[in-house]
Design a binder for this molecule. Structure first.
Ligand code: XMP
Length: 517
């Protein structure tokens, strides 16, 4: 077991994910967890994550420094590295505006157990403002890059390791190997983490928790709610009530396809609620992305509450549902994002998953709450869901609304929906579906001049976004062949009324995000 202290870095929970990937157990704790709290986990090592604060700045945050007296191996990443340097009396420099960002080659400067089995030069990914300039006594430099003389350091005798780069992100090519070296080689942790038997375990837990009472769930067609619903369907089918809310912001064909899928899966109680008018009405005139997200969230809750009441009241032939639980597909990163652990984190976008209000007077049932996305997918397969379904690309809760920049109007929904359908169709035809992690069309709310059949046009611009990624935390733009892009562009500008230009988005995340709002 490895304890990861979260200093608010975007990638803190990715560290846990990667450690579990290599087969050891890990748990994230807030940066200020006391040494007593840490000791309760009986860890073999501690990792200090990155974070937006600067050790040299006023906003510096500190852990319970007694952790350095536990004599456990410690690995500091980015902010964590600087913390180790600071604690042991090293020198730090603030780079201010000169933030270092992106891929770099790191040269190994000494034989380190952390880099065992790696090349003399490795690609690493940096994102930091401060840097370590002078080493504390007893430490040596183990890696350097052109811009960063202390990219990695260690005190082997004390088992203290620091890296300025992020081994947990996929852009650090052999980052998982480095983490495995730390976890198994240095900490001597056991290989005791696996998903075997998880489906049975969760089914039993759900049965025990729910007893004979009714459970309500809102499904979206997305993976998390689908796997939750499938799990509950196997555990307590007769007591499960699934509701699918059509927000009017779904992709082309999505509502019909989801409905037929749920019907085929044999859910006993499944209903579709068409609330598109309500959603589109409330979004009229709203420009701000956060405002849009909030309105969609609230409307969703309203519609859902109404349905829940109706189910509870239903009499006559349709039996009254004794609903006492509300099931949600909350997964581990959702909880961590909204919990104490990330108090130190910068808010980037509103929390993705809705928490329905307490006044519904229902107990929350969140069977996936300790799982990461790819574990959810594996669980989905264990439950017998089709591979294609559980590995499909993510689609955000607020739907097309956050792919229409600025105001959402029915016309813009139509345009982006049609363009997106063409994009998806052509990607499938080109056999690229599995190579690209996520791809979609977005509408830029500016108009440009064009010409069609000798006439001047003045229409919207469609931006195509396609990314490769491991987990959505970082992403690179997909290198779609020009011939495929050409076909997509021609089809969209010819067939989608209201568009005369198509652009391809070549931004990485970070600094961009995958979605536009
Ligand atoms: P960003 O845009 O933050 O997205 O780079 C990362 C991943 O999260 C998805 N996403 C959402 N998913 N509700 C969701 O269920 C949301 O509000 C939401 N916003 C972004 C996004 O599609 C990408 O896969």
């Amino acid at each position: 077991m490895i304890v990861v202290l979260d200093f608010g870095g975007q990638f803190a929970h990715l560290i846990v994910r990667r450690i579990k990937d290599v087969g050891a157990n890990a748990e994230i704790l807030p940066y200020h967890a006391s040494v007593e709290e840490i000791k309760k986990r009986k860890p073999q090592g501690i990792i200090l994550s990155g974070g937006p604060a600067a050790i040299t700045g006023k906003n510096a945050i500190f852990p319970d420094l007694r952790l350095f007296d536990l004599q456990l191996p410690v690995l500091g990443i980015c902010y964590g590295e600087q913390l180790i340097a600071w604690h042991y009396g090293g020198g730090l420099a603030t780079r201010g505006d000169q933030r270092q960002y992106g891929k770099e080659m790191m040269k190994m400067a000494a034989d380190s157990d952390l880099f065992k089995g790696l090349e003399k030069e490795e690609q690493v990914w940096m994102s930091h403002g401060d840097a370590v300039t002078t080493l504390p006594e007893g430490f040596e430099v183990t890696g350097t890059t052109k811009k960063c003389p202390v990219a990695a350091f260690e005190n082997k005798a004390r088992k203290l390791y620091g890296v300025q780069f992020h081994p947990e992100v996929a852009h650090t090519k052999n980052g998982s190997r480095m983490l495995a070296n730390f976890v198994f080689g240095i900490c001597k942790a056991k290989k005791d983490y696996s998903l075997k038997g998880l489906d049975r375990k969760l089914i039993n837990e759900v049965r025990e928790e729910v007893g004979k009472e009714g459970v309500l769930i809102a499904v979206s067609g997305g993976v998390d709610s689908l796997v939750t619903a499938a799990l509950l369907n196997q555990a307590i089918a007769d007591q499960l009530y699934a509701v699918f809310i059509d927000t009017g912001l779904m992709r082309k064909g999505e509502v019909e396809e989801t409905e037929s899928f749920f019907r085929k899966m044999g859910f006993r109680h499944f209903e579709v609620v068409d609330a598109s008018k309500s959603f589109l009405g409330k979004l009229e005139g709203v420009m701000d992305p956060e405002q849009k997200r909030k309105i969609i969230g609230h409307t969703f809750i309203e519609v859902f509450e109404k349905k829940a009441k109706e189910l509870g009241k239903r009499t006559g032939r349709g039996k009254k549902a004794n609903i006492r639980f509300l099931a949600q597909g909350t997964i581990y990163p959702d909880r961590i994002e909204s919990a104490q652990a990330s108090k130190a984190a910068d808010k980037i976008k509103s929390h993705h998953n809705l928490t329905l209000p307490e006044k519904m007077d229902l107990k929350l049932l969140e069977p996936l709450k300790d799982l990461y996305k790819d574990e959810v997918r594996e669980l989905g397969e264990m439950l017998g869901l089709p591979k294609k379904r559980v590995w499909r690309q993510p689609f955000p809760g607020p739907g097309l609304a956050i792919r229409i920049l600025g105001e959402v109007t029915p016309e813009r929904v139509r345009i982006v929906r049609e363009a997106d359908a063409i994009f998806r169709e052509e990607i499938a035809k080109a056999g690229l579906e599995e190579k690209i992690w996520q791809y979609f069309a977005a509408l830029l709310p500016v108009k440009a001049v064009g010409v069609m059949a000798d006439e001047r046009t003045y229409e919207y611009i469609i931006s195509l976004r396609a990314v490769t990624s491991k987990d959505g935390m970082t992403a690179d733009w997909a290198k779609i062949p020009f011939a495929v892009l050409e076909k997509i562009s021609t089809r969209i500008s010819n067939d989608v009324k209201g568009v005369n230009r198509v652009v391809y988005d070549v931004s990485q995340k970070p600094p961009a995000t995958i979605e536009y709002e």
